[in-house]
Design a protein around this ligand. Structure first.
Ligand code: PMP
Length: 455
């Protein structure tokens, strides 16, 4: 379907001379795709080849590509007020904060930044300072999960539980601890999913107690581990985690960077479980990635602890020059309107179920150990041996992804090469995908897996 044309060849030469890519290893044998335009769920490269973006970029283009109304919202705002710092204020930030509060169904105050990593950094600083401000001076530790991802900056990377992303940069920030995630597929024989999830939640309480209750500031987790392998918890897990946090005075930070903005089939992922986080971080789908913007939503009464300015150190001493840029806020507001007007949150759930039922037959395939889905996120866990659940090797995973790309479908994978868990294919197309787009994903993945990979 696609070939490396003349345009690409010339551009790749320059690309390799001047551009340092995110995460992807430099390789002449595997040149990058150079995108030129996109519409809906489809991206066209500079040679005119078309691909269905089954990953919405990096899990972020929730409303799909080519939305004129989003571009116009930013353009109009750039003309009237392109910038003003949020040490003061402006109307797009106020309007967006009000809207986010409505979406969160709680009483939250919003701090804006530009990326998911920064939203989490702000959350960590707020959590530590809040604990100090209420007299809990030793509470500085954070508990996160192995396999979770929370960002690339040093604090967010410290919270991340994927060795491959961390070990070259260690030692990282002190005070971040990890526990095992509720990976029910790999639970011990004889244990029910519910029992196993309760055991995983208990590991958090045990860690809090063993570390010393008065030293732990917060727990951070995604509602569902997405990039770390689509690990979907049982309801009892999040119920219990919330209960443990409340019991021990530990804040619960929920990272909605991927799960937010309809991806989960609800406005925010945690709403599927009925929990009420103390702090919610978000990015990606907030603007559908049309412009950089992220947010840290903080429960109102936590914010109140920062209000007393009689001591000059009482307020949150954190500044972000670009965070809450007026054009990004205006665009985000329009993005939320599109999600609402086109019922894309509900559609994510419908499309997710269709994707799952279209692909569930692959559970019979010798390489497929498990298929998990949550809203419009799907993970296919590949194994070398179904009995032992030994993860499939990286060449197999990469080979399947390359074969899908050759047929015009972009899919992703989780990554922890060091720990050996890089065996989950991931699919998360735009929430605006058409029925035909979903059918194309189902047919292409099925054809690839049932082709040479079935032998
Ligand atoms: N949290 C989660 C759950 C993420 O998936 C990501 C990015 N993939 C981040 C945080 C960091 O976001 P960013 O890349 O915008 O810093």
């Amino acid at each position: 379907m696609q070939s490396l044309g003349k345009e690409s060849e010339a551009a790749i030469k320059k690309d390799q001379q001047y551009l340092w890519h995110n995460i992807t290893p430099y390789s002449e044998a595997n040149p990058p795709m150079i995108a030129a335009s996109a519409s809906g769920s489809w991206v066209t490269d500079i040679d005119g080849n078309k691909f269905l973006d089954g990953m919405s970029g990096l899990w972020c283009v929730n409303v799909g590509y080519g939305r004129k109304e989003l571009a116009e919202a930013a353009y109009n705002q750039l003309l009237s007020l392109p910038y003003f710092p949020l040490t003061q204020s402006h109307m797009p930030a106020i309007a967006l904060a009000e809207k986010l509060n409505e979406w969160l169904e709680g009483d939250y105050v919003i701090f804006f930044s530009n990326s998911g990593s920064e939203a989490n950094e702000a959350a960590f600083k707020i959590a530590r300072q809040y604990q100090q401000q209420i007299g809990q001076h030793y509470r500085h530790k954070f508990i996160a999960r192995y396999r979770g991802y929370h960002g690339s900056s040093l604090g967010a990377l410290s919270a991340t539980g994927q060795a491959q992303r961390k070990y070259k940069y260690e030692p990282l920030v002190a005070g971040f601890l990890h526990v095992a995630p509720p990976d029910s597929y790999r639970r011990p024989a004889g244990m029910t999913v519910e029992e196993f999830n309760l055991q995983c939640a208990q590991a958090i309480e045990d860690t809090i107690v063993w570390e010393g209750v008065e030293t732990v500031a917060a727990v951070i987790m995604e509602p569902v581990i997405t990039g770390g392998g689509v690990i979907v918890p049982h309801q009892v897990y999040l119920d219990r985690v919330q209960e443990i946090c409340r019991k021990h005075g530990v804040l619960l930070i929920i990272d909605e960077v991927i799960c937010g903005f309809g991806r989960s089939g609800r406005k925010f992922g945690h709403q599927n479980f009925g929990i009420k986080p103390d702090i919610v971080t978000m990015a990606k789908g907030l603007t559908s990635a049309y412009l950089p913007l992220s947010a840290t939503a903080v429960r109102k009464d936590i914010y109140e602890a920062f209000k007393d300015n009689s001591d000059s150190y009482g307020h949150f001493r954190h500044v972000n020059t670009f965070g809450g840029n007026p054009a990004a806020c205006a665009l985000a507001l329009r993005n939320l309107e599109v999600l609402e007007q086109e019922n894309l949150v509900e559609r994510a759930d419908i499309l997710g179920q269709r994707l799952y039922s279209g692909l569930s037959g692959l559970l019979e395939h010798k390489l497929v150990g498990d298929i998990r889905s949550f809203g419009l996120v799907l993970g296919i866990e590949l194994v070398a041996d179904k009995a032992t659940k030994q993860p499939a090797d990286l060449d197999t995973v990469k080979g399947i992804i390359a074969d899908c790309k050759a047929k015009g479908l972009i899919i992703g994978k989780n990554g922890d090469t060091v720990a050996g868990f890089n065996n989950v294919l991931t699919v998360a197309p735009p929430l605006s995908s058409t029925d035909e787009d979903i059918q194309f994903i189902v047919e292409t993945l099925t054809a690839v897996l049932n082709g040479s990979w079935a032998e």
